[in-house]
Ligand binder design. Structure first.
Ligand code: SAM
Length: 378
């Protein structure tokens, strides 16, 4: 068996895949990117060579820099996906990649939450993913540890919707924690099926159920849920205004909405869009993970304010999630991770190759890991 330590991961091909434009500026940018990725390659010990995969992009989405406005800064070579193409891409991406993720990481498909500057060991990551759920609840004032007496008793969550549920890790956790009924929706038929199977296996089939449905057209009546939960799904949603409207629509009067999502940095005074290099970096991430427009945390806050929602709060947890992507990269570079990846398919491989871009995005302050919470008025 070949040792993974003798393999070389030629990550810079990923930096090059999108636009084969031979002008001088592009050549300079490529040289710069190559230098960066070479430096990264030198840092990591395991370097499988993946030259067999042609990574020239055949698809991409045009993006806006705010939720409400439509300021496209995408380079002209990129083609805008229709909403239908995007949905299909998301569904296929998760159909293909969820099995390998579950195999290696378990049933939570979201970042972990860590103490700032922590150096977690392998077994800490699963705990950190559960902690992410608990910290989100605490932030929204829904943790039983948040208050005592009346405050704790006031937490009465009987119904939850998990919008973008993955294979149902959050739903099962919340159903068990609150004794609540939970409905999960995802675009991926594989995920819905697997989430229901796991619920049955864990004796939770009477509490939780999952189906394929669109977050922008949720198959629920108005005001059905005490808790509306969206953990790392908002970044996939092309129309943030409609998304937030749907979350608010299905929330019960007095119900809570929790959105944990990837955002771009807030724009500074007088800034109308991100810088070109920032947008280019996000575009590459969008290509790999089937993401449309990104918006900022402030954009989400403005959208919630426009619906007269109450107790709106937001925080930047980017530093608390910092150990996560390096850990995912390390897991992909184990023999098990690497061979599973090769078996999984091109979409998953493209996703894996984009992981260093996420780290770069966080380090440069372009990507923010945001939590935004609020309450629907009674
Ligand atoms: C990164 S996974 C997060 C899964 C889950 N929330 C968790 O934390 O384990 C993103 C999820 O969002 C779902 N998603 C993306 N766009 C969606 C849409 N328009 N409607 C419903 N689900 C969507 C995907 O199908 C996937 O299940």
């Amino acid at each position: 068996m070949a040792s993974t330590s003798t393999l070389k991961l030629d990550l810079y091909r990923h930096y090059y895949y999108d636009n084969n434009n031979n002008n001088k500026a592009m050549a300079k940018a490529k040289a710069k990117a190559k230098a960066k990725v070479d430096a990264f390659n030198n840092k990591i010990r395991l370097r499988p060579r993946l030259l067999l995969f042609p990574l020239k992009s055949s698809r991409s989405t045009a993006r806006t820099t705010t939720a409400a406005a439509a300021t496209t800064t995408t380079t002209p070579v990129m083609k805008k996906l229709t909403d239908e193409e995007l949905q299909k891409g998301i569904a296929n991406f998760y159909d293909e990649s969820s099995g390998i993720w579950e195999d290696i990481w378990g049933d939570h498909m979201h970042h972990g939450f860590y103490d700032i500057d922590a150096r977690p060991s392998v077994s800490d990551h699963r705990t950190a993913q559960i902690r992410m759920i608990e910290e989100a609840l605490r932030f929204a004032g829904l943790s039983d540890e948040t208050g005592t007496g009346e405050e704790a008793e006031a937490i009465n969550i009987k119904s939850v919707v998990d919008v973008g549920c993955g294979i149902g890790g959050s739903s099962r956790y919340l159903a068990a924690k609150y004794g609540a009924k939970c409905e999960g929706i995802t675009l991926s038929p594989y995920q819905a099926h697997r989430a229901n199977a796991l619920a049955s296996a864990q004796g939770l089939a009477d509490k939780v159920s999952f189906r394929v449905a669109d977050a922008l057209q949720q198959p629920f009546g108005d005001g059905e849920f005490d808790l509306v939960w969206s953990m790392e799904s908002g970044e996939h949603i092309p129309d943030k205004t409609k998304f937030v409207n749907e979350l608010a629509r299905v929330a019960a009067p007095g119900g809570s909405i929790i959105i944990v999502t990837w955002c771009h940095r807030d724009l500074g005074p007088g800034e109308e869009s991100l810088k070109e290099w920032e947008q280019n970096l996000l575009n590459k991430i969008c290509d790999a993970y089937y993401l449309p427009a990104w918006c900022s945390t402030s954009d989400y806050v403005r959208l919630l304010q426009s619906l007269a929602l109450q107790d709106i709060k937001a925080a930047d947890w980017s530093q608390n999630v910092a150990p996560f992507w390096p850990a995912v990269i390390r897991s992909a570079l184990t023999w098990k991770g690497f061979t599973s990846l090769l078996r999984s398919g091109m979409k998953t491989i493209r996703g894996a190759l984009a992981m260093p871009l996420m780290i770069q995005g966080y380090k440069k302050g372009v990507i923010k890991f945001a939590i935004i919470t609020c309450r629907k008025p009674q």
